[in-house]
Structure formats: structure tokens, C-alpha cells
Design a protein. Structure first.
Lengths: 180, 228
């Protein structure tokens, strides 16, 4: 979607459509950078306020603009937080998963059928990969700690995780968009 | 540790893996800074981060579902540091979820009460066989008529039977309400076409911000009241 030619600002319907189309992905991008749900909401708010302010000056792809602005804003906030010595040490998906439960009104809930598809995909993984996925994502242990506990080289853990994420990523994409 | 994203022929999988490591906090500080510089200018990298977060959420929920079902007890960082992420439905369904929960609770109470009354019934049966008391026989009669809320069982003055009747009445009302409302409550995942549909999924502050930006301010040429 692109703004109309000329100094036209986005209408509320246009902004709402853009929010609907890109809001959740933008939220997840920002959570991925900040690993903090409430900060992510603030950044998202800022991004769309900028869109409303400067809608008439956006010449290129609006989607690309939104992602660049969101990333830049989140990185700025992260650096500010680092300077303020605020420790944000939790996995991004924990913040995101909490969002799915707490405030589903403003975000896209990961549908039950998607979770079910991912669960099946996990079950189809080799046992060794399942174990690493569980320990890294669900139990939030670092790769080095996993390697130490399993008594395998770090490279082996990384390889297992990478192969697993490729297969799970394919299952997830197929579940979200079966026509893809 | 990380894949070198600067090598030629970096595919989507390579970018996704790099994004995953970034989201997981597994990159070194230098790698992280380099990736963030890329994020600022590369929407594809940004989308890869969003995909990584989505994948992590879905996997977490998948494992959490297994934990809730009792397949494996979990005492994890995820469980202790965050409120459990549950597969809660969209807000439009929360009232029906509450009703469903009350129905389930009521059902448990009824089952428990019936089990207790069956035990009494069993004892009564033994009493009857052995020529038990009138009181025991009346207890047996009450337990048989528990299912009919319209006709209170004779002598239904006991706390147990009052609880059963009250619970059964509430349950029937909740089920009736659930049946009529749940038909109209669905989780929509398609892009809305009407303002009403948009408004239901878009936060209010967005519309307020748009309205403020469109309000003409005397003395300003572009009418934009928001400052850079």
C-alpha cells in the first residue's frame, strides 16, 4: 500500500489497514531487539505516530519504511537502556509469548492450529534435535550450557539447532500461509 | 559461532539462522552490533527477526501445551520468570471462555457430589439388604432424583442436595448462554473491510493520533500539530 500522490496524509482507515497488515510483525521485530513487551509497545506507538506525521513524505515502499523505522527506533531504545544499565535478560520469545496471553486484543494471537502444526513438526524431529530445541527455547538455556550438560561439542549443538529451526521454520510458514 | 552472513550466496535459511541467534542472545557483542546495523537498513533482516520471534513463541506454546497436558513436569526458567503463556482466545471469546470455565467447574462439582452420593447409595444398598433404617432409604431416593432440577427430591434439605440443585441450575443456564453466544463468536484472521472490523483490532490511540494530525491549527500551513 502506498500513500496517494501529492501531500496527502494517511486517513485513519489507511493507517488502520497498515497496522493490521504489519503491526504484529513489527511488534515481533521490536520484541526481538528489545526483549521487553512494554518497551515494544511504546516503540510501536512511536513508529505509527511518525507514519501519521510524515505520511505525505514517504516516497518508497511503506512496508520497508515501517520496518526500518521500527528497527532504528528499537535499537535507539536498546542503547539508551544499556546506558542506563537496565538488564534485559530474557528470551524475546518469552516476552512475545507473554504478549499472546496477556494482551491479545492488540496483537495477533498465534492460532491453536499453528501451535498444533509446530508441535507435530517438533515431534517429527530427530530426538537429539528435539532435545536441543526444548532446552534452548522452552528452558531458555544458552547453547554453551546445553553442550556442557549433554557433553557434546558446541558445534554439534549449533548444528542440531540450526537443522531444527530450518524444519520448524518451514512448518510454521506452511501453517501460516498454506499457499506459500 | 554464528553463520557469516557476509559470504556470497547467503540464503534465507542463513539469514533466519542469524536472526534466531540474535533473538536468542547468542551473538557476540560485535556480531550483535553488526547485525543491528544491518537491521536498520535491511527490511529482510528485520522480517527474519520477526519470524524468529514468531517461531520461538510457537515452539514455547507447543511445549507449554505438552507441559499442561502432563506429559512432562517442567520447572524451567520460562515457567519461573514469566507468567505462563497460555493459549487464551481473542477477547471476543473471553465471556464464552468464562462461561465454559464455570460449566466445567460446575460439572466437576456435580461429578464429585454424585460420587459421594453413590458411595452413600452403596452404603444405603447394603443397609437395605441388611434391613437398614428409613433414613438410609430416603437418602437413596434423593440421589436418584438429582438430575431433575424441576422436581426437588423429597426431603431435599441436605446441604449436598441444595448444592447439587443450585449447581445444576447454574450449569443449565450457562450452557444455554454458551450455545446461543458461541455461534456468533468466531476468531477472524482475515483482513477486515469495514471500519467497525478495523476498529475492533486496532488500538484507540492510533485513531486519536490520526484525528489530531488532521485537525487544522490556525497559523500553520500544513495543519500538522505534531512536531518532529
Amino acid at each position: 500500500m502506498s500513500p496517494a500522490d501529492g501531500p496527502e496524509q494517511f486517513s485513519s482507515e489507511q493507517v488502520a489497514i497498515l497496522y493490521r497488515e504489519h503491526g504484529e510483525k513489527l511488534r515481533r521485530l521490536v520484541i526481538g531487539i528489545l526483549r521487553d513487551q512494554s518497551l515494544a509497545d511504546e516503540v510501536l506507538h512511536t513508529v505509527f505516530e511518525r507514519l501519521i506525521e510524515r505520511g505525505d513524505s514517504i516516497r518508497d515502499d511503506v512496508r520497508g519504511w515501517l520496518f526500518r523505522v521500527a528497527a532504528n527506533e528499537a535499537i535507539q531504545v536498546k542503547r539508551r537502556q544499556a546506558r542506563e544499565r537496565r538488564a534485559v535478560d530474557q528470551a524475546a520469545w518469552l516476552a512475545g509469548a507473554r504478549q499472546s496471553g496477556e494482551n491479545a486484543a492488540e496483537g495477533e494471537v498465534i492460532r491453536d492450529e499453528i501451535v498444533a502444526d509446530v508441535r507435530r513438526a517438533i515431534a517429527a524431529l530427530p530426538e537429539a534435535q528435539q532435545q536441543v530445541v526444548r532446552m534452548r527455547i522452552y528452558e531458555n538455556r544458552k547453547f554453551a550450557a546445553i553442550a556442557a550438560e549433554l557433553d557434546v561439542p558446541l558445534g554439534t549443538v549449533l548444528t542440531r539447532m540450526r537443522l531444527a529451526t530450518e524444519r520448524l521454520g518451514q512448518a510454521l510458514r506452511k501453517s501460516i500461509d498454506p499457499d506459500q | 559461532m554464528s553463520a557469516n552472513h557476509e559470504t556470497l550466496g547467503e540464503g534465507r535459511d542463513d539469514l533466519d539462522w542469524l536472526a534466531f541467534q540474535y533473538v536468542a542472545g547468542e551473538l557476540s557483542p560485535a556480531e550483535e552490533e553488526r547485525f543491528e546495523a544491518r537491521l536498520a537498513i535491511d527490511p529482510e533482516a528485520a522480517e527474519a527477526v520477526a519470524r524468529a520471534v514468531t517461531l520461538g513463541e510457537a515452539v514455547s506454546l507447543a511445549f507449554r501445551g505438552d507441559a499442561v497436558s502432563g506429559s512432562r513436569p517442567v520447572d524451567t526458567l520460562a515457567a519461573t520468570e514469566t507468567r505462563p503463556a497460555t493459549l487464551e482466545p481473542a477477547p471476543a471469546n473471553r465471556s464464552s471462555v468464562a462461561r465454559t470455565a464455570s460449566v466445567a467447574t460446575a460439572a466437576c462439582v456435580i461429578v464429585a457430589a454424585l460420587l459421594i452420593s453413590f458411595r452413600d447409595d452403596g452404603a444405603v444398598h447394603d443397609d437395605e439388604l441388611s434391613g437398614g433404617s428409613v433414613k438410609s432409604r430416603s437418602m437413596a431416593h434423593r440421589s436418584q432424583s438429582v438430575g431433575d432440577a424441576a422436581v426437588p427430591p423429597p426431603g431435599a434439605g441436605s446441604d449436598l442436595n441444595s448444592l447439587l440443585l443450585e449447581t445444576w441450575t447454574d450449569t443449565r443456564e450457562s450452557v444455554a448462554a454458551l450455545d446461543s453466544d458461541s455461534l456468533t463468536e468466531t476468531v477472524s484472521v482475515e483482513v477486515a473491510e469495514s471500519r467497525a472490523d478495523l476498529a475492533s483490532d486496532v488500538p484507540d490511540w492510533l485513531f486519536v493520533a490520526v484525528e489530531l494530525s488532521h485537525d487544522p491549527v490556525p497559523g500553520r500551513s500544513n495543519g500538522n500539530v505534531l512536531e518532529n
